[in-house]
Design a protein around this ligand. Sequence first.
Ligand SMILES: NC(=O)C1=CN([C@@H]2O[C@H](COP(=O)(O)OP(=O)(O)OC[C@H]3O[C@@H](n4cnc5c(N)ncnc54)[C@H](OP(=O)(O)O)[C@@H]3O)[C@@H](O)[C@H]2O)C=CC1
Ligand SMILES: O=C(O)C1=N[C@H](C(=O)O)C[C@H](O)C1
Length: 268
Amino acid sequence: MTRIAIVGVAGRMGRTLVNAVAQDAGTTLAGGVVEPGSSLVGADLGELAGLGKLGVGAVESLAVIVDDFDVLIDFTAPQVTLANLAFCAEHGKRIVIGTTGLSDAELDELDGYRDRLPMMFAPNMSVGVNLTLKLLETAAKALGDEGYDIEVIEAHHRHKVDAPSGTALKMGEVVADSLGRSLKEHGVFERVGQCGPRRADEIGFSTVRAGDIVGEHTVMFATEGERIEITHKASSRMTFAKGAVRAARWLADRDNGRYDMLDVLDLK
Ligand SMILES: NC(=O)C1=CN([C@@H]2O[C@H](COP(=O)(O)OP(=O)(O)OC[C@H]3O[C@@H](n4cnc5c(N)ncnc54)[C@H](OP(=O)(O)O)[C@@H]3O)[C@@H](O)[C@H]2O)C=CC1
Ligand SMILES: O=C(O)C1=N[C@H](C(=O)O)C[C@H](O)C1
């Protein structure tokens, strides 16, 4: 039985993760961490997640539960995640990271831990999105050099703090890699005013933030006369949480290394 701790346990994903662990026969909920000083310290994690009492209380530091868990699941914010990664490396733990919005420097720092512990890092843990990445590889190879314009469009809830979403960036990267392009060079993240006509080789990004949209991503391949749209729509955070719990179980038997959800799903 893999013992799971959840950091950011009072957040949207944190509460959903408590539900996902409770439904999973191969894992047990060992603890949950809230922000230091939070009024939720001591709150029962089951009650936080709307499940009724589970008998596990929220703590304000990983150090309090260091002997209780095997794998940490972290869906928080970049600097919080990096601090937790350092803690896990130091204490021989494993970590599943869903946090998005890391800067290039933060991504380099994260990558520096690849040989120090088993870590799984993915901007989207749903099976559907990860299968979509494979479809995009095929579509980009077939269409990208044939005069099809490529645009990535994403929509999320009003509370999301990073843009474009980690998933949209990953989709853009997959498309760019498949075409031998660099996203740094070919990605276009803003069009405003007299920005001129579209370059044939650009990969454009558009962002919507509205209401309670859980997460929607479309990659459009458009030419004169037709367009293909590959779309994924998440209607419940449970799809991400179930993926994260599956990843935690999978990671429990892995050697040190940096893995992603395609490794977990055996889609590489
Ligand atoms: N990979 C994937 O499949 C998915 C990734 N995400 C990503 O996960 C992240 C979180 O998303 P979401 O749950 O919607 O965001 P929330 O803001 O709802 O949750 C983040 C939580 O982290 C808590 N937190 C902040 N600092 C600390 C700390 N030092 N110690 C403990 N907890 C802390 C926050 O507490 P407080 O409320 O007190 O600030 C909050 O409860 C985002 O980066 C998002 O993009 C989201 C969905 C799927
Ligand atoms: O913040 C969210 O909610 C989500 N974030 C992830 C991202 O940035 O790609 C994944 C998912 O779409 C939900």
